[in-house]
Design a protein around this ligand. Structure first.
Ligand code: GTP
Length: 422
């Protein structure tokens, strides 16, 4: 702080002096006033001492000169020298700046080209030299058209003319990808950013150029590789889709075959109802369930009366047809939960889960009457005998079957076309 005050005062004094020195009128007034004051003093002194006129003139001249010298130095020569010195320093600074700018431009990685309103190249940095293969000497003063393929030259000229007349430009201030042309005629891709500047009243355009041909080549190669990969993926996908469709067809076919097999394995080939094997399996499961949950089960076993006669009178095929029609008739009369199966030959079984003995007997009776009243087209009427048995908890399958069979036997023995309980 202590040193700052004198420094500030000196700075202000220097500033005032500088401003003063910059005004020729002030300088002249100061010199005139100084000479007037000094000369007046000298005249008074010489007058007081009464010297000879010659000596007085010589002394007056010498004193006047000695008074004038420092005044002229302070007010005229020194400011003049200072001014010349400052001018020199400014010139040096400007030169250094220009060299610096040139060095920056020449060391820039990008090409920088300036053109005037007529498209004439004004500057061409070393980045541009590397990109285009021209030297700056070859191009400065030449049309910028030399840097673009023939096909683009007309459009470029029109764009510049349009911009100059309307002020509207497509690419001023924005970067754009364009084709450039090297000295050897090679056309390449470049990024061009164009800006406008005003240099001492003249419009100039500055183009910053970047060679992107290598990048484009890489992009192209990448795109090709990607397309190739995409194509292969698509081919593979369609192959897999086809395989998948074939596989799905095969699975569907297999499922259908399995279903068919299952059907063949579980149904009776002639009548289409549950066969004996499947019935045994169901019966086994139902008995386990009945034992666990103490639910009732009833087995109805029935057999066509004198079926041998049908075969004998009408033939085996007609006999088969009677078996099919009878199975259909009974299937339509029972509930969905009831299991109806062909036990073997002209013998059938019905497994009822739930309900009671009365219900089982009523069903057997209804079936008996339905069969009795049905007229088979080829053979007329037939009758059936029924045996009904209820499952007892201590029963094995064979016990239940045996009791139902015994009841059926009883029905046969008691005159057929009737229902009996074991
Ligand atoms: N058409 C045909 N006949 C069969 C089939 N299975 C068994 N049969 C016949 O059924 C008849 C059974 O005769 P039997 O056991 O004597 O009994 P039935 O003549 O019905 O006399 P009852 O049972 O005592 O009333 C035989 O003639 C067998 O050939 C078959 O699948 N198709």
């Amino acid at each position: 702080m202590k040193h700052q005050k004198p420094a500030l005062a000196s700075h202000i004094a220097h500033d005032r002096l500088k401003r003063f020195c910059q005004s020729p009128v002030k300088i002249l007034l100061a010199i005139g006033a100084s000479i007037f004051v000094a000369e007046t003093v000298v005249m008074i002194v010489l007058h007081l001492f009464q010297l000879s006129p010659v000596l007085e003139t010589v002394l007056d001249g010498v004193i006047l000169l000695s008074l004038l010298a420092p005044i002229l130095y302070v007010f005229l020569f020194r400011p003049l020298i200072q001014h010349i010195e400052e001018h020199k320093q400014i010139n040096e600074l400007l030169q250094a700046n220009a060299l610096n700018t040139e060095a920056i431009l020449n060391n820039a990685f990008d090409g920088i080209v300036t053109i005037d309103e007529n498209g004439i190249i004004q500057s061409f940095n070393s980045g541009a030299e590397k990109i285009f293969g021209f030297t700056s000497k070859e191009l400065i003063g030449q049309s910028v058209n030399r840097l673009m393929p023939d096909a683009y030259r007309g459009a470029h000229d029109r764009n510049i003319a349009n911009y100059l007349s309307t002020g509207k430009a497509k690419i001023i201030g924005v970067g754009r990808e364009l084709p450039g042309q090297r000295k050897n005629g090679e056309v390449f891709s470049m990024d061009l950013a164009l800006t406008e500047m005003n240099l001492m009243g003249k419009r100039q355009f500055v183009g910053t150029i970047r060679d992107i041909s290598e990048r484009k080549r890489s992009e192209q190669a990448l795109k090709q590789a990607y397309d190739e990969l995409d194509k292969r993926v698509q081919e593979r996908t369609s192959e897999l889709t086809k395989v998948n469709v074939d596989l799905e067809l095969e699975i569907t076919e297999r499922k259908r075959a399995e279903k068919k097999l299952q059907q063949l394995a579980t149904t009776d080939a002639l009548t289409g109802i549950t066969n004996r094997g499947q019935f045994d399996a169901i019966l086994e499961k139902e008995l386990v369930r009945a034992q666990r949950y103490h639910t009732p089960i009833y087995l109805i076993m029935f057999d066509i009366d004198h079926f041998k006669r049908v075969n004998d009178n009408f033939g085996h095929l007609i006999g088969d047809s009677v078996l099919v029609q009878l199975a259909k008739l009974v299937s339509e009369k029972i509930r969905l939960n009831d299991v109806f199966a062909r036990w073997g030959g002209e013998e059938f079984v019905l497994l009822l889960t739930g309900g009671d003995m009365l219900g089982a007997l009523r069903l057997a009776e209804n079936l008996r009457m339905d069969i009795q009243s049905f007229v088979f087209p080829e053979v007329g009427r037939v009758t059936c005998s029924f045996g009904v048995a209820e499952f007892a908890e201590a029963d094995a399958i064979k016990d239940l079957v045996r009791r139902a069979d015994m009841a059926l036997y009883k029905a046969k023995a008691n005159g057929r076309n009737r229902v009996e309980v074991a």
